[in-house]
Design a protein around this ligand. Structure first.
Ligand SMILES: [Zn+2]
Length: 171
């Protein structure tokens, strides 16, 4: 924790900030705690989150949950990207609780250092592998601070990633 705080202090110095105010003296510890929360997804296990299942027989349709909000962190620029995720899956013999789908996105996959494309694939893979679903389609829509606040400075753009597998495979 102390080592991380020292590294954060070096980062603040890189911004050419004089670090003389009382408020900034505590910032390195605050940032360290905030990062622990922002990357808490690595402490979570998708298998445990999706374990509450209901057995179904001959379920021919799909289940779709839309607009699950998430926050994540871009591994290229160490800046947040945030948006919504939609999960649709065709179960085989088991379905999971709707709240579990929310937790899979918000708690397990959102709080990580990654890119949106891989996050979208990882969510789909978990549904396919853990629920043994016949098919799955995941769509994420996100605003990236690395695009809005620097570089292109386009704060209206939205990135949409689609990843599907099995019976719901679409390109
Ligand atoms: Zn980025």
């Amino acid at each position: 924790m102390k080592k991380t705080a020292n590294n954060v202090q070096s980062l603040i110095k890189l911004c050419d900030h004089p670090m003389v105010t009382e408020r900034l003296l505590k910032s390195s510890e605050r940032i360290t705690r905030a990062y622990a929360e922002l990357f808490s997804g690595y402490q979570k296990n998708a298998q445990e989150v999706l374990n509450d299942v209901v057995h179904v027989k001959n379920y021919q349709g799909t289940i779709k949950m839309e607009k699950i909000h998430f926050y994540s962190m871009c591994e290229h620029h160490f800046l947040p990207f945030l948006g919504t995720c939609s999960i649709e899956y065709q179960p085989n013999e088991i379905i999971t609780g709707l709240g579990k789908l929310v937790r899979l996105v918000k708690d397990v996959h959102g709080p990580r250092l990654q890119i949106q494309e891989i996050m979208t694939k990882d969510i789909c893979d978990d549904i396919m592998n853990i629920l043994k679903a016949k098919g799955c389609r995941v769509v994420t829509r996100a605003t990236h601070l690395c695009v809005c606040s620097r570089g292109p400075q386009d704060d209206l753009s939205e990135t949409v990633c689609v990843y599907s597998a099995g019976s719901l495979l679409t390109l």
